[in-house]
Write a protein that binds this ligand. Sequence first.
Ligand code: ATP
Ligand code: MG
Length: 435
Amino acid sequence: MTDSTTAPRAEKLSAIKGMNDILPPDSARWEALEDSVRTLMRLYAYENIRTPIVEHTALFVRGLGEVTDIVEKEMYSFEDRLNGDRLTLRPENTAGVVRAAIEHSLLYNGGKRLYYMGPMFRHERPQRGRYRQFHQIGAEALGFGGPEVDAEVILMAHALCQRLGIADVELQINSLGQPQERNAHRAALIAHFEAHHDALDAEAKRRLHLNPLRLLDSKNPAMQDVIGAAPKLMDFLGEASKAHLAAVRSILDANGVAHTVNHRLVRGMDYYNLTVFEFVTTQLGAQGTICAGGRYDYLMEQVGGKPAPAVGWAMGMERVLDLIAQQSLAVAPLDVYAVLTDVGFFPRVQQCLEQLRLRGISVQMQAAVDGVLPGMKAQFKRADASGARYALIFGADEIADGVVTVKDLRDPAVPQLRQALDGVSLWAHSLQSAA
Ligand code: ATP
Ligand code: MG
C-alpha cells in the first residue's frame, strides 16, 4: 500500500485553451440568461430542440459551404476510430436543426418554430469574445417563406436585447437576393476585383474565383477601399427581392425597431439568401456582433430534404454576458441557511428542510467537516456569506422542544421566532412570502 502522504502528486491537468469552465457565482448569471431566453421563446411560441454535439462532417461541408472560414479552418473534425466515419464537433447548430427536421419530418404539418441553447466549437485564436468552445442561443423558423417571419425573428432578438438591458446595439440588415441575382453580382464582383488584383491579399486572391462574396467579409484594412468600391448586390436585386426587404423593414418600422441597411453585410455561411442581419455593438471591441442571422431557403434541399424556406439567428452567449457584466441579471437569492449544533440532529433537521424545499423555499444546510460541525460563530459567518435571508437554528433546546429558531439575517432588529417542527406547513408560507 502506498502512503498517501509521501506519494508524489499527479501532474495537474488544465482545461483546453479557449475552452472555459463556467463557475459559481458566474454560472448563476448564465442560468438567469437561460431563464430569460426560455420565457421569451414561450412568448413567441418557439419550441426547444436539442441535437447532438457531434455530426457527420459532410453536414457542415454541404450546409455551410466549402469556401467558408468555418469549413476551411475552424472545424474540430476527427475520424471515429471504431468505424472510420468523419465526424465534426458542431461549429453552429442551424445545419443540425435542419438535419433533424428532415430526419424526423418535423415539417409534415406546416412550419416549425424552434430554439436551442448550447455549446459550439470552432478552432479560432482565443481572445475576448472569441473562444474555441462558446455558446449560442439560436432560433430557427422552418417552413415559413414570408417577410413577416423574418421580421418576427428579428423582433424576438430585439426583445431579448431589451429584456437584458442591452442598449447601444445597432441592427444592420441587408438582402443577399436570390441565387440567380447573386450569380450576376458575382460576375461583376470578379471583374471588379480582377481589375484591382494588386490590392488583394493572398487569401482574397485565392477566394476570388471560388467565392468572391467572401471578399466583402474581409477585415484587412488595406483592402477596405477596393471593397468599398465593389459593385453592390442591392443593384442586382429584382423586384421580388427588393419587395421582400421592404416588407421586413416596414414591420420593423411599425414596431419602432431602428435599423440601418449595410450593403456590405454578407455573413460567413453560404446558406443565406434574401434577408441577412446582425446586431452589433461598439462596446466589445473587435468582437462586436452579438447576434447574426438571416433567411436560408435552400439549406433544406442542400442537405437532402424537401425544399422548404427558413429563417433564423444565433446569438453568442459569452458576448451577451460580457455586455451585461456590469448589470445584475436578476439572480434569486437564497432563502434559508440551516445551522445546527450536533451531527445527531441531522435526521430531524433534514426532514424539516425537505419540507421547506417542497414548499419552494431554497435551503443551504451546514454540513459537518470531517464528521464535526464548525462552531456556532463560524456557522453564522457562513450563513451571512451565503446571502440567505433567514438562518434556521437547530440547537439542543430547540430539538428537545420540537421547535426551530428563525433569525432574520438582514434585519437583526426583527425578534427571533420559534416555530414548531411538526407544523412546518403552517409557518413555511410566511418565510416564503417574506423572502
Ligand atoms: P465573427 O465574424 O465574429 O467570427 P461569425 O460570423 O463567425 O462571427 P456566426 O457564425 O454568425 O458568427 O455566429 C453567431 C454569433 O455567435 C456571433 O455573432 C457571435 O456572437 C457568436 N460567436 C461566433 N463565433 C464565436 C466564438 N468563437 N466565440 C464566441 N462567440 C462566437
Ligand atoms: Mg467567425
